[in-house]
Write a protein that binds this ligand. Structure first.
Ligand code: GLN
Length: 206
């Protein structure tokens, strides 16, 4: 029995350390994952923000793409933020030539969707399942979710400006994704939500 679940952070590229810190604040153990053997050992995985094209190329070079797909198909919980959201999408728009994802969430995600003139912005978002107080979300060259399949729960939408209504947080069973970076703000409610999901999933398997 795993008393305290161990959550891997995909450590090919991106803000790995910030996620590890946020997860530890949420009461779980963490381990960087770069190789298939490391992936085998963890109970769940976070795919950080960074650059999805680089992450995809490195995942391919490190022979991680298929192991990632297999573990996700077998029910491993996973959470992706920003570039990590792109990696968990079954379909992407505005990817580079040949860009692949790991997939798992039945959604179409558009890369760099919020546009170049607003590469970064911050906005309050109400997220279902994490309490009433709005979540202060940081978006950095962020994607949005263009469409979701029937099994995907929308957890949050952009609330201001011309992009109000765009989906920015989703969950499908044990998989979740946000277009923003909850690891950067010190408000770790999203990581707590994921850690709880992982605890329930590992209890079911014990
Ligand atoms: N624009 C990046 C990409 O396509 C994502 C940005 C981020 O993770 N902050 O991967």
């Amino acid at each position: 029995m795993t008393a305290v679940p161990e959550i891997g952070v995909l450590a090919l590229q991106g803000d790995v350390r910030e996620h590890a810190r946020a997860l530890e604040a949420a009461g779980v153990r963490t381990r960087p994952v770069r190789r298939p053997e490391e992936l085998e050992r963890v109970d769940a995985l976070v795919l950080p923000g960074g650059e999805s094209t680089t992450m995809w190329k490195l995942a391919r070079a490190f022979d991680l793409l298929d192991p990632l797909r297999k573990r996700i198909e077998a029910g491993m919980p996973a959470y992706g933020s920003c570039a990590g959201m792109i990696m968990l999408a079954d379909r992407i728009r505005d990817g580079i030539e040949g860009q692949e994802t790991v997939g798992g969430i039945d959604m179409t995600v558009r890369r760099n969707a919020f546009g170049r003139q607003v590469d970064s912005f911050e906005s309050d978002v109400r997220l279902s399942g994490i309490g009433d107080a709005p979540y202060h979300a940081v978006f950095i060259r962020a994607p949005w979710v263009e469409s979701v399949g029937a099994g995907v729960e929308v957890l949050g939408r952009a609330e201001t400006g011309s992009n109000a209504g765009r989906i920015v947080a989703v969950r499908q069973g044990r998989l979740m994704a946000t277009a923003f970076h909850p690891e950067l703000t010190g408000d770790f409610r999203v990581h707590h939500y994921f850690a709880d999901l992982v605890r329930r999933a590992t209890e079911q398997e014990d």
